[in-house]
Design a protein around this ligand. Sequence first.
Ligand code: 2RA
Length: 335
Amino acid sequence: MRVAIVGASGAVGQEFLRVLDERNFPLDELLLFGSKRSAGTLYTFRNKEIIVKELQHNDDFKDVDIVFTSAGAGTSKEFAQTITKYGAVMIDNSSAFRMEDDIPLVVPEVNGADAKMRPRGIIANPNCTTIQMVVALQAIENISHIKTVHVSTYQAASGAGAAAMAELKHQYEQLINGETPTIEKFVYQLAYNVIPQVDVFTDNLYTKEEMKMYNETRKIMHSDVKVSAMCVRVPVMRAHSESIWIETERPVSVQEAKEAFAKADGVILMDEPENKRYPMPLDIAGKDGVYVGRVRSDISNPKGLTFWAVSDQIKKGAALNAVQIAEYLIKENAL
Ligand code: 2RA
């Protein structure tokens, strides 16, 4: 099995290296690709040094089986044909193809089988905020159809990339030293602040990030669910949190919901209010699952349920989900 990572030097690219190793992914050779700037960089994988090659339109992907791409939508669009033309499966972390009809958008715990139908050889990895939400939603959808979702996100700096994480840290250092903080990757100063804007605004006044949560959730869950999202950037390093309110077809009790979460694939129930135990991004960073807590009935709606979900944005929200898609294809003999 030959595997490649495109965008190897980015936050998600680096996470791919860790996740592939951690999960003992069955590969014989790993190839790394990046921009002209990162070409030549050396990374160690399983005690072997690998040099990053510049991504170019050539035959580098000829004998490659799986290519994980995380180098932005522009790069994915430009190189999709080069990557897939000899049969490699491209698992793409960018937003380039997510809503295209002939490209499956996959979260293995929810719709793994969709990955088998990929006429263009491309499988899209959803946006991080959607991934963690649908893993949790599917647990409830299994017992009663979800009609509406209201969600407010608390998104870590990691969602904006490695440079944004460095910027957040630097802003705190600058403020402590009495300096004016540098603002390049965020719309405003993020240190000591929250920013109610992730990505740009669309015509309906929701941001692109918020509309991704609407559209991607419906596609992944094959559902008519209506999702109204408010996406907020918070000064957290690398795990996203979400407050989620749902309305189901029939009332679902807290007990039933907790049982559903406890047995759902990919969900870890962490809900002991009596012990002040619930998931928080500081504790969940670096972990694999979607952690759910604060489960309760919505006092404003007899068919409403509300809960809190936290997951590592770079892991389950990006690299891990993509690797799990590949693992699913290997298990199903569907590469
Ligand atoms: C963010 N969801 O947090 C985006 C990254 N895909 O900015």
